[in-house]
Design a protein around this ligand. Structure first.
Ligand SMILES: O=C([O-])C(=O)C[C@H](O)[C@@H](O)C(=O)[O-]
Ligand SMILES: [Mg+2]
Length: 429
């Protein structure tokens, strides 16, 4: 068996994204992703997926060149390779990730976000070479299916008039009735039994009313609300008081570890985060201050599936829960998330996934949710197959773009509908 990497192919693509609202603005009609293919001397191809914005492409290209000649088994070596890739200072000085939705933006985090795509591709290739599923390479699954939560968004019925976009048939959701309707469809179609509402869009009282409406429509179902740090400490505490009886957790109600620690100290409602703990360096302060009770891991920016397991082990040591964050990912990443989640014994909260919002994919067969769960693939590698025709079509869209959609910018997308829109100052309420 020759596991030497002989070729690496990077394919940036643009995939359709509905007009989902968050505190920064609205999703663009197309969002960038990067598909990574790693080929071994024996002709085995492993696939991976990560963010496709320019700042990641800038690192992925030199990284890919350095990978050729290395072994797909050399997963620890990927971090040393990443350290050799220079990060442009302007990408990180004072910058936040996606306007802050994913926390700080450091050189290491950018590198890890690229490593993850390659790590998954190497694991896929290795699994295919050995005839073993990725979960077996991670030590083995402890469950046969992974539970996901319905990711509810306030949304418009369509992207602004005149903007090229794919149509979606979800309709608008801008009030409690619309949110409940959306949740009902999620439950009927995918069987989800827990619901997360992306908040920070409307004044807190409107979002409290939406969560109350969900609690009434789906009694006993775990509910979460995530305003992406849009609230002050006092507002966070008021929301916690008003919704404490129905919330599984509040996600990033306020910005920063100090604010989260203050909220956590004054409420019994658990706090989850994918904003104030997004790097290993941020763990010590947050855990010592008891600022968060659940860390929402994301294998993309934590540096891959093996780092995700390390994060889970640290959380276990501190008695902090772990689950998973998500944004606009495709099926390769859903498969990767499902493999790693299946190996984490302490996973006690349903994971987030945007997948139902992504009508386009690069797989020959989409992954499906049954009873809100994705069955853990047991075929070799990730257990999914790349559809090269579809990949080429989505890459063509990326090539044809004038550059305006190649970098996700929710505030810029919002300005098309509301020309005066600027990213709101926080706390917004
Ligand atoms: O805080 C979160 O859960 C996210 O940032 C998830 C996504 O990025 C979501 O907010 C989005 O895409 O609008
Ligand atoms: Mg979040």
């Amino acid at each position: 068996m020759n596991l030497t990497v002989t070729d690496v192919t990077l394919t940036p693509i643009l995939v359709a994204d509905p007009p989902l609202l968050n505190t920064q603005g609205v999703h663009q009609p197309y969002t960038p992703r990067l598909i990574v293919e790693v080929e071994t001397a024996d002709g085995i191809t492993g696939i991976g997926e990560t963010y496709g914005d320019t700042k990641y492409m800038e690192l992925a290209r030199p990284f890919a060149r350095k990978l050729v000649g290395r072994e797909v088994t050399d997963l620890n070596g990927l971090f040393a390779v990443a350290d050799e890739v220079a990060v442009d200072r302007s990408r990180v000085s004072g910058q936040v990730d996606v306007g802050g939705l994913r926390g700080v933006q450091t050189a290491d985090k950018l590198r890890l976000s690229v490593v993850s795509g390659f790590e998954v591709a190497c694991l896929d290739a290795l699994g295919k070479a050995l005839g073993l599923p990725v979960h077996a390479l991670l030590g083995g699954k402890v469950r046969d299916a992974v539970e996901y939560s319905a990711y509810l968004f306030y949304k418009w019925a369509a992207h602004p008039e005149g903007v090229r976009a794919e149509k979606d048939d979800w309709g608008a959701a801008v009030d409690p009735a619309g949110v409940v309707e959306q949740a009902r469809r999620f439950k009927e179609t995918y069987g989800f039994t827990s619901f997360k509402l992306k908040g920070g869009v409307f004044p807190p009282d409107e979002e409290i009313a939406a969560v109350r409406a969900l609690a009434e429509a789906f009694p006993g179902h775990p509910l979460r609300l995530d305003p992406n740090g849009a609230w002050s400490v006092e507002t966070s505490l008021r929301v916690a008081r008003e919704l404490g009886d129905v919330l599984e957790y509040l996600e990033d109600p306020t910005l920063g570890t100090a604010g989260m620690a203050e909220v956590a100290a004054r409420t019994g409602v658990p706090l989850a985060t994918n904003m104030c703990v997004t790097t290993f360096a941020e763990i010590k302060e947050a855990f010592t201050e008891d600022a968060v009770q659940v860390v929402l891991s994301d294998h993309h920016y934590w540096g891959g599936l093996r780092n995700t397991r390390q994060l889970a082990a640290i959380c276990r040591a501190f008695g902090v829960g772990v689950s998973m964050h998500s944004n606009t990912h495709l099926g390769i990443s859903l498969a990767a998330m499902t493999h790693v989640a299946s190996t984490v014994a302490d996973l006690r909260h349903a994971c987030d996934s945007h997948y139902p919002w992504q009508s386009e994919d690069v797989l020959t067969e989409r992954l499906t949710f049954e009873g809100g769960k994705v069955a853990v693939p047991d075929g070799p590698g990730l257990g999914v197959e790349l559809d090269r025709t579809r990949l080429a079509e989505l890459h063509r869209r990326w090539l044809d773009d004038d550059g305006s959609l190649r970098d996700r910018d929710d505030a810029a997308a919002m300005r098309i509908a509301e020309p005066g829109w600027v990213t709101p100052e926080v706390p917004r309420w």
